[in-house]
Structures are given as structure tokens and as C-alpha cells.
Design a protein around this ligand. Structure first.
Ligand code: NDP
Ligand code: OXD
Length: 308
């Protein structure tokens, strides 16, 4: 019997238990899934970085920690976590992110706010076609690539930026410092889907925000530290940045006195861009346990040296 420990907030157990049991059965895995195994008996941990489990030292036979979250910045530096760590790449989470990003892009592109503000008068404002609105996505991983492909399918000219060189049909791919400058130079809308690592902190700062065309819009469903908050606020005040839609913040919940709440050109959403979906995520976890038992490489294993 494979012993799997569920280590996420207790209120999530009701959501995840049945889908995990079903996925293990479908994968032909004999699993004893519990929230209270003795640590030394555990083969795999299904894990949320905000759970109480932070010391993995007693998990002496654990073969992998399988994160329910895509972002692993809260756990990747944990020195007691010496076993493989896999992040979540879930088709349900990806679909949610594509829908959220597309919706917020179309809000900007179609000028929906203006339409709502002019309900008392006939004031035609015809938006350009998508093909006339260049968009840049910073991060071309599981989420960035899926969003890039959807936006390109709608007709937007999409540029994507990543750490390593990439080739994706229909997307202009760039990388490195020079690539970032090029990717920002024409972007009317910038979407951040980078992980939170030391190398990505303040990717958007005074200097890089100044590279954008005046009035560009920012959409950040990635992580708060990707943007220098003071520099973004200054760029919003000067009009260099026209508007920002922010889902993630350095401190969450966003403190009630934070300037973003009161800023007329900022939309705050409470870290809801995309959530792990229990049924599809359970299948990914079951597949990784199957791989572990078959001594095959894990899917989506985190590279500790890169931090994602
Ligand atoms: P991936 O690891 O699949 O992709 C990360 C991308 O960022 C890759 O393209 C990677 O480049 C690129 N990247 C990493 N470091 C750098 C760097 N220094 N310079 C340039 N590019 C870099 O992650 P996901 O797509 O699955 O998720 C992205 C992030 O989205 C998560 O880390 C999380 O923070 C956030 N998220 C937010 C949610 C929300 O609800 N708001 C929900 C889920 C995730 P390369 O391809 O070369 O490796
Ligand atoms: C995640 C998130 O990382 O919800 O999965 O932000």
C-alpha cells in the first residue's frame, strides 16, 4: 500500500479527498490516503505551501512532495525538503487562467470601462481590431504559453518572453535582457506570468515601465514581487501606465491602507485569477505517484537552483 499524506489547510480536505481517491483508483494505485500518517511511514506528500507542515525532516522515506499550487516560492528554499518537489500544472487551473487573462485583456481592448461610463449619452468609440493591439506576456511556461496562444488565436500580435529561448508557432518569442527591452517596446498590454524568484523580482520597475508605449496597461496574475509597487504607482500617476489590473501582491490580503485600493487606475482582484481544480489536479498527482512507483521521471519537478 502506498502511503500518501494530504498536507493542505484542513478545509480543503473535503474538496480534494474524493477526487484524489478516484484518481488513484483510476490509475490502478493502491493508496492509503490520510491526513494523519506517521511521518516516517509516508511515501508521498500532497502539499499546499500554506499548510502547517514546514519541517520535512521526519519524512525519511518520502519519495516526492507534490504541490497543489503552481507557485512554489514559499517552499522551494525549505532546507528540510530534500526530496523531489513537483509544482502543479493542472489543465483546470490553466483553463481558468486563460479565461481570466482573456477577459481582462478584452476589457482593455474593447474599452468596456468607457462603455459603462457613457450610458447616459451617444458617444461612439470603435475599438481597433485585435490585430492592431500588440500584447506581451512575460513568462511562457504552462500558463503564459496557454494565454499567449489564446490571445494569438483571437488575433492579437503576441510577443512572449522567457528565461530560455523558445519557439512557439504564432508567438514572437524573446529572452534575456535585450529580449525584454524589445518585448516591452511596442506592448500596449503587458501580462506577467513569471514565477517569484530572485531573478524575477521587480521585472517591471521605473526603467522597464518607461520602455512601454505611453498609456500601456499592466495585468499581473503572476506574483506581487514581479513589480516594483512604488515605481508602478509613479508611472500610473504620470500617465506612463494607463491602468493596472493586479491579482497578486507582496502582502496578501492586500492591506486596507495600500495605495492600490484607492487608485482610480488600478483594479484589484483578490488572488482569484486561477485556482487548482480538484478533479483535474488529482489526475496529475496520481500520474506523478504512478511515475514515482515505476521509477520514471516526475512531471513538473522544480529546479531548486532556478527556484521554479
Ligand atoms: P512555469 O514554471 O511553467 O513558467 C514560468 C515561465 O517564466 C517560464 O517560461 C520561464 O522561462 C519564465 N521565467 C522564469 N524565470 C525567468 C527569468 N528570470 N527571466 C525570464 N523568464 C523567466 O510557471 P506557470 O506558467 O505554471 O506559472 C507561472 C506563475 O503563475 C506561477 O509561478 C505563479 O506565481 C503564478 N500563478 C498565479 C495564480 C493566480 O491565481 N494568480 C495561479 C497559478 C499560478 P523558461 O520557459 O525559459 O523556463
Ligand atoms: C498557485 C496560485 O500558485 O494559486 O497555484 O497562485
Amino acid at each position: 500500500m502506498i502511503k500518501v499524506q494530504y498536507a493542505a489547510r484542513s478545509e480543503r480536505w473535503n474538496t480534494h479527498e474524493a477526487p484524489l481517491r478516484a484518481a488513484f483508483a483510476d490509475a490502478g494505485l493502491a493508496v492509503d490516503l490520510r491526513i494523519d500518517h506517521a511521518p516516517e511511514d509516508v511515501d508521498y506528500v500532497v502539499y499546499a505551501p500554506n499548510s502547517d507542515l514546514q519541517d520535512f525532516t521526519p519524512y525519511t522515506r518520502c519519495k516526492a512532495v507534490l504541490s497543489l499550487w503552481a507557485g512554489v516560492e514559499k517552499i522551494v528554499g525549505n532546507q528540510t525538503l530534500t526530496m523531489p518537489l513537483c509544482r502543479m500544472v493542472d489543465p483546470g487551473l490553466t483553463a481558468g487562467m486563460v479565461e481570466w487573462v482573456t477577459g481582462h485583456v478584452l476589457r482593455y481592448h474593447l474599452g468596456i470601462d468607457n462603455t459603462l461610463l457613457t450610458q447616459d449619452r451617444w458617444q461612439p468609440m470603435v475599438p481597433p481590431l485585435a490585430e492592431e493591439r500588440p500584447i506581451t506576456i512575460l513568462g511562457l511556461g504552462a500558463l503564459g504559453q496557454a494565454c499567449a496562444e489564446m490571445l494569438a488565436q483571437i488575433g492579437f500580435p503576441v510577443t512572449g518572453w522567457s528565461r530560455s529561448p523558445k519557439s512557439i508557432e504564432g508567438i514572437a518569442c524573446s529572452h534575456g535582457d535585450a529580449g525584454l527591452r524589445d518585448a516591452l517596446a511596442t506592448a500596449e498590454i503587458v501580462i506577467l506570468l513569471l514565477p517569484d524568484t530572485p531573478a524575477t523580482h521587480n521585472t517591471l520597475n521605473r526603467e522597464t515601465l518607461a520602455l512601454l508605449p505611453r498609456g500601456a496597461r499592466i495585468i499581473n496574475p503572476g506574483r506581487g514581487p514581479l513589480i516594483d509597487d512604488d515605481d508602478l504607482l509613479a508611472s500610473l500617476d504620470s500617465g506612463q501606465i494607463g491602468h493596472a489590473t493586479l491579482d497578486v501582491f507582496r502582502v496578501e490580503p492586500l492591506p486596507a491602507d495600500h495605495a492600490y485600493w484607492a487608485h482610480s487606475n488600478v483594479t484589484v482582484t483578490p488572488h482569484i485569477a486561477a485556482e487548482t481544480r480538484a478533479i483535474t489536479a488529482a489526475r496529475v498527482i496520481a500520474e506523478n505517484i504512478r511515475r514515482g512507483e515505476a521509477a520514471e521521471p516526475f512531471l513538473h519537478q522544480v529546479d531548486r537552483s532556478l527556484g521554479y
